[in-house]
Write a protein that binds this ligand. Structure first.
Ligand SMILES: [Zn+2]
Length: 390
């Protein structure tokens, strides 16, 4: 049985111990100790990392009464070891776990919403609230209350209590295990059964920042960040805002307007471009009509045009009788139209493209497809010309 030093103090990072068993877990060398400050994965909180002497502790697992340390190299049975817990990782877990307790109680107080599940990983922290939707106002109220609790610097403590005492404690959530339980208290604000590790006071949680709410059937998942994570998140977002303001040469408060102006400008440019393209299609259709061969074949090459524009040109020409129109656009696109259906555009285009490694097809009066390159598209056009003139 391993003595769990982290329950005596969640701030203990260095300790002496002895190796009591060695083995392997998932192919990784592993060891148990007579005592450890390494917290194993459990109760929603991720495991610690660190070192035993100079061997890296990769993962920590609880199995029955024993705590297994998964190691980068094998340990020696009976050997004395010095343990060192990675403090920045532990503090991150404690800040976010304590922040979760505060926010869960804050959502009960402000929105009557119970936390039904929570998750903490190295990258994300979420609680699932048993309520289908929450207003922006309720989110802001819960965030504000959580901030007040942090600023009040309430003590956070943990103790083991007998089962008989539980009904008098008015826990936030009914525990689903029997026997003596560890209860974590945040002043008079929150009390819940929890086996995880916490900072000593709410001030040490630092900032609790809600990021977004995600609707999940009858529940709402709240994504948030606490402590050092929240600071890093703020720094990253501030840098984004600062660099955008610098690019738009405006104040941070004027960014939304500046982006709106840019969008409006892009919309009006787009409309002007479409109008100019339509005029160009009309003019080009007239020019091509005048150049139609005796066979009725019209060919055209438009490497700089968008496919849609080339397609519009083919469709405009198709309205004239007795024509077969074969046009190549940028990226090797090909369009073949037959105005009176006497010539099967779909079948011809499919055959010509297949011969040059491309794909396409369509109806007898209109077909489209693409060759792998511009040169291959030109070869396919030649095959189509031969087919029409034959
Ligand atoms: Zn907890």
């Amino acid at each position: 049985m391993t003595q769990r030093l982290y329950y005596d103090s969640s701030y203990l990072t260095h300790f002496d111990a002895q190796v009591t068993a060695v083995g392997a877990l998932d192919g990784q060398p592993a060891a148990t100790l007579d005592r450890t400050a390494f917290y194993p994965s459990g109760g929603g909180q991720p495991h610690d990392t660190g070192a035993l002497n100079d061997v890296t502790v990769l993962e920590v697992r609880s199995q029955g009464d024993a705590i297994w340390h998964l190691l980068a190299a094998p340990a020696t049975l009976g050997a004395p070891v010095q343990g060192q817990v990675d403090w920045s990782r532990r503090l991150d877990h404690m800040q976010n776990h304590s922040g979760q307790h505060i926010l869960s109680q804050a959502f009960i107080a402000t929105a009557g919403a119970q936390t039904v599940a929570w998750r903490l990983s190295d990258h994300s922290l979420t609680i699932d609230l048993g309520q289908a939707s929450l207003s922006d106002g309720q989110m802001a109220d819960a965030e504000r209350l959580a901030a007040q609790v942090v600023q009040q610097n309430l003590p956070i403590s943990a103790r083991f209590v007998a089962e008989a005492e539980l009904p008098t404690l008015h826990l936030r959530k009914q525990p689903d295990v029997e026997g003596p339980l560890r209860v974590v208290e945040i002043g008079d604000f929150d009390r819940v059964a929890c086996g995880g590790l916490h900072v000593a006071s709410t001030a040490q949680v630092g900032l609790i920042k809600l990021l977004r709410a995600e609707r999940r059937g009858p529940e709402t998942r709240i994504h948030f960040v606490c402590g050092q994570r929240a600071l890093a998140d703020y720094q990253r977002k501030h840098e984004t805002v600062r660099s955008l303001a610098s690019r738009f040469t405006c104040g941070e408060d004027e960014l939304a307007q500046a982006i709106q102006r840019l969008q409006d400008q892009a919309d009006s440019n787009f409309k002007a471009l479409r109008a100019a393209q339509a005029e160009l299609v009309t003019a080009e259709a007239a020019r091509l009509l005048a150049s139609a061969a005796a066979s009725g074949l019209i060919t055209g090459h438009y490497p700089a045009w968008e496919g849609e524009q080339v397609k519009q040109l083919a469709l405009a020409l198709r309205s004239q009788p007795g024509l077969v129109i074969a046009l190549a656009g940028g990226n090797g696109q090909l369009f073949l139209a037959s105005s009176d259906g006497a010539f099967d555009a779909g079948q011809t285009l499919r055959g010509a493209l297949a011969a040059v490694g491309g794909r396409g097809g369509g109806r007898p009066d209109f077909a489209q497809g693409a060759a792998p390159t511009w040169d291959a598209a030109q070869q396919a056009l030649k095959l189509i010309e031969t087919a029409v003139e034959g």
